[in-house]
Design a protein around this ligand. Structure first.
Ligand code: BES
Ligand code: MN
Ligand code: ZN
Length: 466
């Protein structure tokens, strides 16, 4: 899809012109005012749409009136959502060229409208033998060019992430993630099993032992001269989570190809950094492996030694993400960065707490956590802080090792956060649990079903705003 910035979208020749209507106001289209408003009492409540033909009276073949709701309630999030809705509608009537003539909006909506348009245009049809060509080819927009080009890059990164997380586990293996990382044109080091053994990553390696897929520890680095800050991003990279010997029931296993959504987020961000050239050093780290119950699988009761020397009694092999992240956090703590941020589909408990509306966040630095929450809010995502009180760690006590990998069922997202904290050393850290938001069962606002690209918009913008 191409987005062309022009001055007067209502006079351009196209299949569909999208005009807006605030409640109690008219639109800029005379046809729409006559038929939709005067005759059919179209009110323009937020999200309502009204489609009408122009019968050769206008340069556009059809008009879509979209309800913007009450003017005082209209905001960036609504602008993005309604732009996406208009594109979905355009696709359903197979309009190939679409103009947007939004009028009377009192803020610069350029970036969010462009993001909404491009997000709605996404579909994952790689494995369909019949590809439906419903996509819109060209969009005419009255907007700020720079903002739109920025939006394009952000959505490119999101699409990269969504494509990868939508891939089945048979394709997106640890080795495949490693090779994708190597192709990004960044300084990249892949550590194989033996090298991870030498580094003492006993927690990470245990998780991958039951699979025939080789584990890969991936470290990408984006560097620049005189960085203002150094940030390490860690993405959970379980390419399939069967639960291991503590095997999951079928219904819970069904979507577990998405257990590398954190890794996909990090790869998506790393893939676009050179186009933005931020003055920040960014490390992308992924401990990639598959959690399977093969004959060499790690077992409940095993005691693992993580990179920092701490011992972990395996209480449940399905709490594997935190084991891989433990070694990744130790590794990242030694890089001399200012901040470490991990993003992971970590706990069903987080999904129970927040549903698909928000990611959970915890951390050891209030400013970092608050800044991430604000950045999320400004960029169409929601992060919600969960408590990280020390008492949540009580249930992780083991009789024979330094800790167990799981504790009480209750407050599971916070307990997992307390577990991770034990592997962070002398660095500001935040942990984002995207279990509920990474993979959508049904469409939600501008996003369709499946991989959502959770975290890309927030973490990318967080890097850019440093
Ligand atoms: N990958 C899952 C968490 C998950 C659940 C992600 C649902 C997305 C949707 C994780 O590895 C897991 O299995 N967690 C267990 C931990 C438990 C054994 C302490 C869980 O949440 O049930
Ligand atoms: Mn699991
Ligand atoms: Zn998992």
């Amino acid at each position: 899809m191409e987005i062309r910035i022009i001055d007067n979208t209502s006079s351009v020749e196209c299949d569909l012109l999208v005009v807006n209507k605030f409640e109690g106001e008219k639109t800029t289209s005379n046809i729409a005012n006559t038929y939709a408003i005067d005759q059919d009492n179209f009110e323009g409540k937020f999200g309502e749409t009204y489609l009408l033909p122009t019968y050769g009276q206008e340069p556009h073949r059809k008009v879509l009136v979209v309800g913007f709701g009450k003017k005082e309630d209209f905001n960036q999030d609504k602008a993005r959502e309604i732009a996406a809705k208009a594109i979905k509608k355009a696709m359903s009537i197979e309009a190939k060229s679409v103009g947007f003539a939004f009028n009377g909006v009192e803020f610069d909506y350029s970036r969010q409208v462009a993001i909404g348009i491009m997000i709605a245009d996404y579909n994952f049809d790689k494995y369909k033998s019949e590809k439906k060509d419903k996509n819109v080819n060209i969009v005419y927009l009255e907007a700020n060019e720079e903002e739109v080009r920025k939006a394009e890059k952000i959505v490119t990164a999101m699409n990269f992430t969504r494509n990868l997380a939508n891939e089945p586990a048979q394709y997106a293996t640890p080795s495949e993630l490693a090779s994708i990382a190597c192709d990004l044109g960044l300084e990249t080091k892949i550590y194989d099993k033996e090298e991870c053994e030498k580094m003492g990553m006993g927690a990470f390696l245990a998780v991958g032992r039951g699979s025939s897929e080789a584990p890969k520890f991936i470290h990408m680095k984006y560097s620049c001269e005189n960085p203002k800050k150094k940030i390490a991003l860690i993405g959970k990279g379980i390419t399939f989570d069967s639960g291991g010997l503590d095997i999951k029931p079928a219904s819970s296993m069904l979507t577990m190809k998405d257990d590398m959504s954190g890794a996909a987020c990090v790869l998506g961000i790393m893939s676009i950094l050179r186009e933005f050239n931020p003055q920040v050093e960014v490390h992308g780290i992924i401990a990639a492996c598959e959690n399977m119950p093969g004959c060499s699988a790690y077992k409940p009761g095993d005691i693992l030694t993580a990179k920092n020397g701490k011992t972990i009694e395996v209480d449940n092999t399905d709490a594997e993400g935190r084991l891989t992240l433990a070694d990744a956090l130790c590794y990242a703590s030694e890089l001399g960065v200012d901040e470490v941020i991990d993003i992971a589909t970590l706990t069903g408990a987080c999904m129970v707490a927040l549903g698909s509306l928000a990611a959970g966040i915890v951390g050891n630095d209030d400013t970092l956590v608050k800044n991430l929450i604000r950045t999320a809010e400004q960029n169409g995502e929601r992060f919600w802080e969960l408590p990280l009180w020390d008492e949540y760690a009580d249930s992780l006590k083991s009789d024979i090792a330094d800790m167990k990998n799981t504790g009480s069922r209750w407050g599971g997202a916070s307990t997992a956060g307390c577990f991770l904290k034990k592997f962070v050393k002398d660095v500001k850290w935040a942990h984002i649990d995207i279990a509920g938001v990474a993979f959508l069962e049904k469409p939600q606002k501008e996003l369709g079903k499946g991989a959502s690209g959770a975290g890309v918009r927030t973490l990318l913008n967080y890097i850019l705003e440093q």
